[in-house]
Ligand binder design. Sequence first.
Ligand SMILES: C[S@@+](CC[C@H](N)C(=O)[O-])C[C@H]1O[C@@H](n2cnc3c(N)ncnc32)[C@H](O)[C@@H]1O
Length: 224
Amino acid sequence: MTQSPSPNLTMQQQPPPIDLKPYFLVLSDIEEDYGGKLDWPIFFGNDKPVEIDVGSGRGLFLFNAATRHPERNFLGIEVDYREGRRAARRFHKRNMDNVRVLGGDVFVAFKKMIAPHSVDAVHVYFPDPWWKRRHRSRRVFNDNFVDLASRILKPGGLLHSWTDVEEYFGVISALMDHHSDFDTLPTPEEHTPENNDDYQTSYERKKRKLGLPIYRGRWQRKPR
Ligand SMILES: C[S@@+](CC[C@H](N)C(=O)[O-])C[C@H]1O[C@@H](n2cnc3c(N)ncnc32)[C@H](O)[C@@H]1O
């Protein structure tokens, strides 16, 4: 009978993860290397406008947006390091200088590391719906999140959020439409993809291929 290798041996045989700095950083790197602050001109090395993708997953939005808009910087914040590193490997391979992924919880980054009114846009695509009622408190979109987004956005900055979950979109719309810092903008139109990568995100591709409707919202931070 063939014996499976001991867990220790398997660990030893795994190559160490490649260093993806500065494409993939974690919150402790920001503490240690940047004094705990995401000071954009220092972080990106230029003063281009900054857009943040919350829960950036495999990074399709970041890749397309950063390729199409070299005049802007993009930061993904992703709590799942595996997904974040996967996205960052693609940016590293192509030496992309206007896109980075931060591994960690968006609430920590928004609250502690990002200066008020320093961000041009926040994107939240297909946030986890946490279907079970007792898990709902884990959702990213809540009062606190909207207040934090309002704090970091520049006056006139945009918040985009899409989902296939009608009930969650109702919650997101209610929070955004009733927040005194935001104006509701017209619903973005559905785009017809030209190829398999021409979707807003991987989740949008997955859900549209299943024929599910997608709910799209866009809000603008009011001038102060
Ligand atoms: C359903 S996936 C959507 C991924 C991507 N936006 C897309 O549309 O393909 C939601 C992502 O949000 C991430 N996420 C959930 N809570 C988060 C948090 N508090 N901070 C950062 N990322 C979070 C999850 O790890 C997951 O990758």
